[in-house]
Ligand binder design. Sequence first.
Ligand code: PLP
Length: 396
Amino acid sequence: MPKISKKGQMMPSSPIRKLVPYAEQAYKEGKTVYHLNIGQPDIKTPEIALDAVRVHSLDILAYTRSEGSEGYRKKIAQYYAKNNINVDHSDIIVTTGGSEALLFAFGSVMDSDDEIIIPEPFYANYNGFSTASDIKVVPVISKIDDNFALPAIEEFEKLITDKTKAILICNPGNPTGYLYSKEEIRQLAAVVKKHDLFLIADEVYREFVYDGNEFYSIMQEEGLEDHAIIIDSVSKRYSMCGARIGYLVSKNKEVISTALKFAQARLSPPTLAQIASEAALDTPQSYFDDVIKEYGKRRNILIRELKKIDGLKIAEPKGAFYCIVELPVKSADHFAQWLLESYDYNKETVMVAPAAGFYSTPNVGLNQIRIAYVLNEESLIRAVYILKEALKVYPN
Ligand SMILES: Cc1ncc(COP(=O)(O)O)c(C=O)c1O
């Protein structure tokens, strides 16, 4: 039989996916499963975006420009201006989700065996995109005891070699919920300038910030124009994960002209989804106010309920909609499988994401899980209650 590539064999499968067969078995057994494991929001997509594709005047569903339609990019630039980020539409490439923007960014700034430093735990697919791009992730550990704040900048400097090309952060963080302060962004800015590196910031959760905290983008930082690359997405912002629209943004013209070549190779981002996403930019502020209020409320409920369980360590999230919790178990992997396979509380159980998959250092985070608070209040309270009852009887 012809052989699969080494790269293909090295591609990590989703650390969450491996639990899916157990969840399916649980459904077959008639159990209700509360999904605390995935980042698929239950929030409605803005009507204005859906209406734009319900009725349209296209008679050919044609390609758009590889960098995305000009009208859409101009409106995206206005969106950034409202968010204190000064970019022109020519600084923006519309991509097929933030996922493709990450691939284009990696492809544009790194060659085989180059290194990218990423604070861990991090969004698990960074591993997959790095394998696909044949680059090496160099993790720098952030700690639950510090709420996953930025590790000391010296820790980054220790890891910089002549192969290091970029630092990647996710702000606010998936899976940590941590929101980097202006001061932390300033420290990163100084280090990338000093060592002439790129700073890639995955800001797909930028809107989801609580407690009146302010989000500070790397592109608000003066002097970082040649270094900064933003990864963005409509997926969570407008609850439009299925649209598959994101953007890569940079003031560095060489980055944009290189990423454009990757974009040209795949011809065009999805046309209908651009129409929906362009309309979504006219979503009234009241939609966001309501959504942020709802997530903020859910976050508070989640933390309140989790605090009722003995022996947990909770990293209180300031943004996004994820929370890392350390459990009094040896293996969160085993616990998560056991919840689906062997446990139910009156025919109900919960599915969580073991956090080890968000670390690339082996044997770290083994007793941690990630909880996504994308369920309504009642389900969230119920799910945490079931977690509490399960921990009482789990044969650790
Ligand atoms: C941190 C982070 N970055 C990027 C993505 C990619 O999202 P999409 O490709 O849907 O824009 C996700 C999706 O969950 C994410 O959590």
